[in-house]
Design a protein around this ligand. Structure first.
Ligand SMILES: C[S@@+](CC[C@H](N)C(=O)[O-])C[C@H]1O[C@@H](n2cnc3c(N)ncnc32)[C@H](O)[C@@H]1O
Length: 473
């Protein structure tokens, strides 16, 4: 159900009853709830608000519901080595590879936002060359280790793990609140486990790979050993019970899983082991590739999405990628912007001139600014500039990578739309329109799933798969 602009109190009470929220008197309905209930977007949907954009692009959205999130990877070989909640499902990536297997023989694949390397891992499992860029150093390490350790002897890995000295201690990162995050004995065991791994010599290439796998495994057990949960944001888990020796138990299980997968890879995918894969620690906005690609499969950060850095601060700190919280914030500010970047970055952006713009972005930006002013309060008053910078950053990425896409190549991106201060932002369609500036035709936009707006829960958003193709001449 949709409502007009400002509604009478009775209408608000009726809506509260439908939402199963406690009924309280007029004065106690807080500003935020009042804004939600009086929003012109209350009960609305992306389908209604996308119409003018779809008309201008001359396309319709095709239904193609499917699970595209990482959770389904927890039992999958290699993918399970390191959980990453913002990742793709391997099955989704496979469905794309299957879709184009007859069109491209041995395609070369790029994921400019590699994350934990789902696209690269799945490409390599198919025997395809794949390249990625990633600016979070932890994820770049995880993704690169995941695709470049398939020749490690599982017996050697288990042997090195079993002989780790247990009396060397690497202290927990000082800048993290480790004493709150881990029980005292668990923390001690983690420090000894890390100390043991750190003591392993990495003087040969083989041993370096073994050590990297141990570090990857260590990073992936940290949250299980902690008093925290990631669902998907990091928070304390009251009443969570963790055994004192959990670090050793979880680590052993993780190493067993990795060894098991290595055995399978080495017996069933022998020929793929040497297939070239590389994840560069590089900015997708400017990294120039030596290769030309048949397929670019990716998922950019979502504009008002999760915190891709702070949610991984524990692993980043323990693996030494950040020495202080300000390092993590610096990483965050280097990424394609989300609504959790520093105010300083956006302020500087707003003051500089050379910015990408188009009429859709300009209208959206203006409407957001008007609505924030009308509301009198909003989570971030610099939201119009965040939106602007998001598309500015994505414009740079799309320009850079479209230059590396072969003629007849496909650029497939999965992205979610947003509702910001009562203004609908069709991120998928705007990115599709930007693509047309770089010789990319909009082939199709498919809805993979419905989502809800975080601000107005009954406003329906979507997550779509946008397929752009590069013209053949
Ligand atoms: C939605 S996640 C991608 C997840 C990936 N599909 C997977 O399965 O793991 C987006 C990723 O883009 C990375 N990123 C953001 N801005 C970047 C940039 N300018 N260059 C390279 N990577 C960037 C983030 O660190 C994050 O890991």
């Amino acid at each position: 159900m949709r409502c007009g602009s400002i509604e009478p109190f009775e209408w608000i009470v009726e809506q509260l009853m439908q939402l199963n929220l406690p009924i309280i008197d007029d004065n106690k309905i807080d500003i935020r709830r009042r804004n939600v209930l009086s929003s012109p977007k209350f009960g609305g949907s992306c389908d209604i608000d996308s119409k003018p954009y779809l008309k201008e692009l001359g396309i319709e959205i095709i239904e193609r519901r499917q699970p595209i999130q990482f959770t389904s990877n927890f039992g999958e070989h290699v993918h399970r080595w390191a959980p990453y909640i913002q990742g793709f499902s391997a099955a989704f990536v496979q469905s794309i590879l299957d879709q184009y297997k007859d069109e491209y023989k041995s395609p070369v694949i790029l994921d400019p936002f590699a994350g934990c390397g789902t696209v690269l891992t799945q490409s390599k499992l198919n025997g395809y060359k794949s390249i990625g860029t990633e600016l979070n150093p932890l994820l770049q390490f995880i993704a690169d280790t995941k695709v470049n350790s398939w020749d490690v002897n599982p017996e050697l890995l288990m042997e090195v793990f079993s002989s780790i000295p247990r009396d060397l201690r690497t202290p927990a990162p000082e800048f993290l609140k480790s004493e709150n995050q881990f029980n005292r004995e668990v923390l001690k065991n983690l420090e000894f486990l890390k100390g043991g791994i750190d003591s392993i010599s990495a003087k040969t290439r083989k041993l370096k790979k073994v050590k990297d796998l141990l570090l990857l495994a260590f990073s992936s057990i940290l949250i299980n050993c902690s008093n925290l949960k990631r669902t998907p944001c990091l928070g304390y888990w009251k009443d969570k019970r963790v055994a004192d020796n959990a670090p050793w138990i979880f680590m052993k299980q993780k190493i067993k899983d990795i060894c098991n997968d290595l055995e399978i890879l080495q017996s069933k995918c022998r020929e793929n082991i040497r297939e070239h894969s590389k994840v560069y620690f590089a900015n997708a906005m400017e990294h120039r590739h030596e290769d030309m690609f048949d397929l670019i499969i990716t998922s950019p950060p979502y504009m008002n999405g999760l915190d891709y850095v702070m949610n991984y601060k524990i692993e980043m700190g323990w693996l030494g990628f950040t020495k202080a919280l300000k390092d993590a914030k610096k990483v965050k500010d280097s990424l394609v912007v989300c609504d959790n970047v520093s105010k300083g970055l956006i302020k500087t952006f707003a003051q500089t001139n050379s910015k990408y713009t188009n009429n859709w972005i300009e209208d959206i930006k203006t409407n957001i600014a008007v609505n924030i002013k009308r509301r009198g309060n909003y989570r971030r008053s610099d939201m119009p500039h965040i939106v602007h910078k998001y598309f500015d950053d994505m414009h740079k990425v799309m320009k850079t990578i479209s230059e590396s896409l072969k003629r007849n190549g496909r650029f497939i991106l999965v992205v979610g739309d947003s509702l910001i201060a009562d203004v609908y932002v069709p991120t998928d369609l705007i990115l599709a329109k930007i693509g047309t500036e770089f010789d990319l035709a909009v082939e199709k936009v498919e809805r993979a799933r419905n989502r809800h707006s975080g601000q107005i829960r009954n406003y329906r958003l979507r997550e779509t798969i946008v397929t752009l193709s590069k013209n053949s001449d």
